[in-house]
Design a protein around this ligand. Structure first.
Ligand SMILES: *[C@@H]1O[C@H](CO)[C@@H](O)[C@H](O)[C@H]1NC(C)=O
Ligand SMILES: *[C@@H]1O[C@H](CO)[C@@H](O)[C@H](O)[C@H]1NC(C)=O
Ligand SMILES: *[C@@H]1O[C@H](CO)[C@@H](O)[C@H](O)[C@H]1NC(C)=O
Ligand SMILES: *[C@@H]1O[C@H](CO)[C@@H](O)[C@H](O)[C@H]1NC(C)=O
Length: 369
């Protein structure tokens, strides 16, 4: 009797195990999705849920050329660079982490975007904005996501899911613009340009290694554009030209982060960590806007009459007549059209486009190899 009972219990356990395994198998013919870490250039809505943040794209005219034309958290009139690059790769656009409807199914089929306006490589960056997710915080949130997915599909399938995902990290401008270059921050008088950049790179190395340890294998890190040419920086030079010493910081950061990505790719088994550089293509657009169909590359499309700088686009601002003719949307961020040019340049350079689909953006003449 006792024997039979034990036997049955074992059988039951066996069936349960089978079911569990079956469940995992059914669940994970996993989609390839993206996990995006970044700042306002990649934010798709997180800061709109951070109600105390001073960096939010929650009011018109943000999002005017996106979907129904209402603000959606993107700090531009249309798509971000990450939107454009992801589309060209044939990957779904991940929802913001703080979206209340985000659940396991959504994550398994669309990934997650943790990007937050004001976010930096350093925890202390943008403290004046009160609320934002720094890169370390974003990685912490990602670990929470991993726990949730493991519970849902099991350890083994989750590991597979996270290893085949694509990772995007786009960070660094705030560490300069909203930290090192502002005299109110301790870092601005503790470091010089070179030692500060080294501090950023050392921190970034730990963060990228952490992502690798968490399963990231295919990762693109986006370098900085010519930060000295954003309208706010130009406004502060006496000539209205780009601030060359700020641009030099961008180039220094890019050189060092490119070296870092190469080093990590070479040392970490199975890692394909690449550097996505758009500095030169963006600088070229700024220097010769007409060549690319723009007629303004030095001031924001959205602004309040003659008052400058206004730190954000507001419902009181007026818009330029043709938004596709301006490189910059507000004092900091490029327009949809400029993002498209930059995104396509990165896709071509890295050969990221989904095979057999180079037609989506033929309008601007870009074609992948
Ligand atoms: C940065 O913030 C994270 C939490 O988001 C914390 O775990 C970490 O210790 C902080 N690092 C430093 C150097 O302050
Ligand atoms: C460029 O920016 C640096 C750093 O903020 C500043 O010290 C310098 O005065 C600026 N140059 C010009 C020409 O405004
Ligand atoms: C690298 O890839 C091989 C083949 O897919 C796999 O067996 C191995 O476990 C991977 N190693 C790491 C550290 O990801
Ligand atoms: C090709 O790319 C365009 C633009 O990104 C997209 O709308 C379309 O769905 C893609 N087609 C395929 C087959 O992936």
């Amino acid at each position: 009797m006792a024997m039979e009972c034990k036997g049955r219990a074992k059988l039951l356990l066996f069936i349960l195990l089978l079911q569990a395994v079956g469940l995992e198998d059914r669940r994970c013919s996993c989609a390839v999705v993206q996990f995006i870490f970044g700042d306002s250039l990649s934010d798709v809505g997180n800061n709109n849920y951070l109600t105390k943040s001073l960096a939010r794209a929650a009011l018109p005219w943000y999002g005017i050329d996106f979907g129904r034309g209402v603000p959606n958290g993107r700090f531009t009139n249309g798509r971000t660079i990450a939107d454009i690059v992801g589309d060209r790769m044939g990957l779904p656009r991940p929802p913001p982490f703080l979206d209340p409807s985000l659940d396991g199914e959504t994550i398994l089929s669309n990934g997650v975007n943790y990007a937050s306006g004001g976010g930096g490589i350093l925890n202390e960056t943008s403290s004046l904005f009160i609320q934002r997710f720094s890169l370390y915080k974003q990685i912490e949130l990602f670990q929470g996501t991993q726990d949730m997915i493991r519970m849902k599909i099991g350890e083994k399938e989750a590991a597979k899911f996270f290893q085949q995902a694509r990772y995007v990290v786009a960070m660094g401008s705030n560490d300069y613009i909203n930290n090192f270059l502002l005299p109110t921050y301790v870092d601005s008088w503790t470091y010089n340009g070179e030692t500060f950049t080294n501090y950023l790179i050392t921190t970034l190395e730990s963060q990228l290694r952490l992502l690798y340890a968490l399963g990231a294998r295919q990762l693109t890190f986006f370098g900085l554009g010519p930060m000295g040419c954003i309208p706010l920086q130009r406004f502060m030079t006496s000539t209205g030209g780009c601030n060359e010493s700020t641009n030099k910081l961008s180039r220094m950061f890019n050189k060092k982060s490119e070296d870092l990505l190469k080093k990590l790719s070479g040392r970490l088994p199975n890692a394909s960590f690449v550097f996505g550089d758009a500095y030169d293509s963006f600088q070229d657009v700024i220097n010769q806007p007409e060549t690319y169909g723009f007629d303004n590359s030095d001031s924001p499309c959205c602004r309040i009459a003659k008052i400058r700088p206004t730190l954000t686009c507001t419902p009181l601002s007026t818009l330029c007549k043709d938004r596709s003719k301006f490189v910059f949307w507000d004092e900091y961020h490029p327009t949809d059209k400029a993002n498209e040019l930059i995104g396509n340049a990165v896709v071509s350079k890295l050969g990221l486009a989904k095979p057999g689909n180079g037609t989506g953006t033929a309008a601007n003449g870009e074609r992948e190899r």
